[in-house]
Design a protein around this ligand. Structure first.
Ligand code: FES
Length: 161
């Protein structure tokens, strides 16, 4: 048997093979890391959720500054993870109500143009002064919540207003 000797034949043929092997190893490792990240991130987010502003024992939560609610404007804000609509009414000043419609539980919104609280699901309409039903299918008024202003800061608590 005659052995053929080719100088540098191994190194020239291994160069691209080693490069491909490294690339495949890199891509495989990257896909494992990406998969683990995609699986672990929601699990960690579920086990350690971000902290939210809550009112503690008193249930009182800062919902904004008076400058955030010019006269005739309103918006839905979270209070202890529940939606609350705060409105600065032209006649009665700042008011807060549960933003959960008493019909089927949709979240109400402030109708800036018509100056009432609107449930977009079935066109339920509520008075922004007292939460009373103006029209539509809601069977009961929106529960009013306690709202206080200290300095220029507005607080809402879950107790009845
Ligand atoms: S859920 Fe609000 S009007 Fe029906």
């Amino acid at each position: 048997m005659e052995e053929e000797h080719r100088p540098n034949s191994d190194s020239s043929s291994q160069g691209p093979a080693v490069g491909r092997r490294r690339l495949i190893t890199f891509l495989f490792g990257f896909s494992i890391v990406a998969t683990l990240g995609g699986v672990l991130t929601p699990i960690i987010g579920y086990l350690w959720p971000p902290s939210r502003a809550t009112g503690g024992k008193s249930g009182r939560v800062q919902v904004g500054l008076t400058a955030d609610f010019p006269a005739g404007q309103g918006k839905v804000v979270p209070v202890n993870d529940k939606p609350v609509i705060v409105v600065n009414t032209a006649q009665g000043g700042l008011k807060a109500f549960s933003a959960i419609c008493t019909h089927l539980g949709c979240i109400v919104e402030w109708d800036q143009g018509r100056q009432f609280i609107l449930c977009p699901c079935h066109d339920g309409r509520f008075n922004a002064l007292n939460g009373a039903v103006i029209s539509g299918p809601p069977p009961a008024p929106l529960p009013q919540l306690a709202l206080t202003v200290e300095g220029d800061t507005i607080y809402v608590s879950e107790g009845q207003g």
